[in-house]
Write a protein that binds this ligand. Structure first.
Ligand SMILES: [Zn+2]
Length: 284
């Protein structure tokens, strides 16, 4: 019976990943990094990384999970969690409905239980296709419940962030999620839990200012923009030109904010090794 369930989960994950990769065709893609054109299929085969310069393009949450988890180990958590419309924000319910239809997501985060190289962990992955991965009540609640789930079961927590920040359509309720998620992570870490924060392009605003910056281990994809306010806002505010590469992963690594930069193809071995090292009686 367990095998049947696991096969079904696998198929579901593959289907979701295919749905995300459906745009691959004979189409040409212009790289935002080098400006060169390559085939969409080449990008797709390369995990949405530019085959010419290595620029990392955005990928969906299910696709990312399918890239890093052991086959058959994916089990989605809290999949029914969906946002309310607490402010009666004009057009918000319609926008949510259209995005659900488009992406197959209920909101901007997917939580799952899974294994990497046979090491069990709880995962949350933000998806920038859904309102720029913004954190509203559902995303905040999902991160919080994932931390609580990991705490209860003594499992490590791995979060991939990609976010424009707090969700304006939920106003103050979004901002409250910053304190809530930070408190949940703090409780989890106080109990000895390991939290690995993986920052992908872009991670900004209220997500950077809360759970994304609280990892025991801080990792990021090459070239990822990570910051609170954007560079243009900062330049206008302080009236100074910012240094080259400011807020990019490489700059943050040089300034002690990150532990390592991990290219997309390396997430699985790097996370597998970290989870092994931190396992009780570590097998690393
Ligand atoms: Zn490129």
């Amino acid at each position: 019976m367990n095998r049947l369930f696991s096969q079904r989960r696998d198929r579901l994950l593959t289907y979701q990943a295919m749905r995300e990769g459906k745009t691959a065709s004979s189409r040409r893609v212009s790289c935002p990094g080098c400006g060169e054109e390559s085939g969409a299929l080449d990008w797709s085969r390369n995990g949405q990384v530019c085959p010419r310069c290595g620029c990392h393009g955005p990928i969906g949450a299910y696709y990312r999970l399918s890239m890093i988890l052991d086959p058959g180990s994916f089990r989605e958590l809290e999949e029914k969690l969906a946002p309310a419309d607490p402010l009666d924000f004009p057009g918000y319910p319609e926008k949510l409905a259209a995005l659900r239809e488009d992406t197959g997501l209920r909101d901007a985060a997917v939580a799952a239980l899974g294994r990497i190289e046979d090491h069990k962990a709880v995962f949350v992955v933000l998806d920038s296709r859904f309102l720029m991965g913004s954190m509203g009540t559902a995303v905040g609640e999902k991160v919080t419940r994932a931390a609580e789930y990991a705490e209860k079961r003594k499992l490590p927590l791995v979060i991939f962030s990609a976010s424009g920040g707090a969700r304006m359509q939920e106003g103050i309720f979004s901002l409250m999620q910053m304190a809530k998620t930070a408190a949940a992570i703090q409780r989890f870490q106080s109990g000895g839990g390991l939290y690995i924060s993986c920052l992908t392009h872009p991670t900004t605003g209220g997500v950077t200012a809360s759970f994304a910056s609280l990892g025991d281990i801080m990792l990021a994809e090459p070239g990822a923009l990570v910051g609170f306010a954007g560079p243009r806002v900062i330049e206008q505010t302080i009236g100074e030109k910012l240094p080259e590469g400011f807020q990019r992963a490489e700059y943050l690594l040089d300034h002690g904010f990150l532990d390592q930069i991990v290219p997309r193809s390396q997430w699985r071995p790097v996370l597998g090794r970290l989870l092994a090292l931190h396992e009780k009686g570590g097998r690393g």
